[in-house]
Design a protein around this ligand. Structure first.
Ligand SMILES: Cc1ncc(COP(=O)(O)O)c(C=O)c1O
Length: 353
């Protein structure tokens, strides 16, 4: 990879037909999420689906005199993060395509920031599907132990190369190593559909009579930001939306990626690549905001000290941006955000809490 940075650089690692650069158009959730047959063949997946979601929408500390902040608390999913929803949808989608075949003949390779892998390895173990995860070498040892303990394979990409290289490695495995089917969370429509049909629909119900003024979400694949936004806009067409990424890896960043650590599950890819789900909805998103990773980590501790609740680093970044907007809005206004996970044991040790 080139060591230079600057606008106009070309990503030489992009494969032909790069899924990251295909245009996206959203599908009807009811159609793409019809997993009736899959549930019949795999009752464990039906059971997991029944335990997904219905996570609380909690009021969290805001700024004195400012808008109220409501956060969807996603660590209450079965494996502990928002990605449980997407791991389920991607696994069910892959099994639907596999049809009547023996699940042991299905071998899935997926890239992940960590949470998707954790949930998908569980589902692989439950269904008999072989799973393999490409991860950045920044992931905690506790996660690698969990994945390997469940029989998943793990490939680590040096963290200095950035998350784009993690994606590229998984694409290469699918091309060069026969038998591995690529799970591509950044382009599979079930990702957005699942958030529209579950996360977003739950928020609409939980809001009741309250009208959201602003929806704020960190961007990894962009599935959460866009899927929930699609559900909110059906009921509240005027809702505004803000994407959040680390300052070290902003959305749409034209520079070459890599080098600096970033907070969990979020970030732009570099080379000017914009996540397909977000790119397709750019005009619905009013602002892109950035949070330095050190600031997000410190805010985990601040939130814990204020509430006794553990939130992850992307949640903390969302909270900081939510407070920033809330400070400029009246107390009658409502800001909705999401807390994707509760952080890793290693982060809490480092934070001394
Ligand atoms: C902790 C965490 N926060 C935020 C995100 C971003 O979610 P999405 O991929 O829906 O944009 C992820 C996704 O991996 C995550 O694991």
């Amino acid at each position: 990879m080139t060591a230079q940075t600057g606008p106009g650089l070309v990503d030489e690692s992009a494969p032909a037909g790069d899924q990251l650069q295909q245009p996206f158009s959203a599908a009807d959730p009811a159609a793409v999420l019809d997993f009736t047959e899959v549930h019949r063949s795999y009752p464990v997946l039906a059971d997991f689906r029944a335990r997904l979601g219905a996570t609380p929408l909690k009021e969290v500390p805001s700024v004195e005199g400012g808008a109220r902040i409501l956060a969807k608390c996603e660590w209450e999913n079965p494996i502990g993060s928002i990605k449980d929803r997407i791991a389920y949808a991607l696994m069910a989608d892959a099994l639907r395509t596999h049809g009547d075949g023996d699940p042991r003949d299905l071998r899935l390779v997926a890239y992940s920031g960590g949470d998707l892998a954790e949930a998908m390895s569980f589902l692989g173990m439950q269904t008999g599907v072989k799973t393999r995860f490409v991860l950045g070498s920044f992931v905690p040892k506790s996660l690698i132990d969990t994945l390997e303990g469940r029989g998943s394979l793990v490939d680590l990409v040096p963290k200095e190369l950035g998350f784009l290289r993690v994606i590229r490695r998984s694409q290469r495995i699918a091309v060069e190593e026969p038998g591995w089917t690529l799970v591509f969370q950044h382009s599979n429509p079930v990702n957005v559909a699942m958030h529209e049909q579950t996360t977003g629909a739950e928020i609409v119900t939980q809001l009741g009579e309250r009208r959201p003024d602003l929806w704020i979400a960190s961007i990894g694949s962009g599935g959460t930001l866009v899927g929930v936004l699609r559900a909110l806009r059906k009921r509240f067409p005027d809702v505004r939306a803000v994407g959040v990424t680390p300052e070290e890896a902003p959305y749409g960043n034209p520079e070459a990626p890599g080098g600096k650590p970033t907070y969990e599950g979020s970030g732009g890819h570099g080379f000017g690549i914009r996540q397909p789900f977000v790119k397709a909805h750019d005009e619905w998103i009013h602002e892109q905001r950035h949070v330095p990773t050190r600031r997000a980590l410190d805010a985990m501790g601040e939130f814990f000290d204020a509430t006794g609740m553990r939130i992850g680093s992307s949640a903390a970044a969302n909270w900081l941006i939510a407070k920033d907007y809330a400070a400029r809005m009246p107390p009658s206004a409502v800001v909705v955000t999401v807390f994707p996970c509760s952080g890793t044991p290693e982060q809490w040790v480092e934070l001394g809490r």
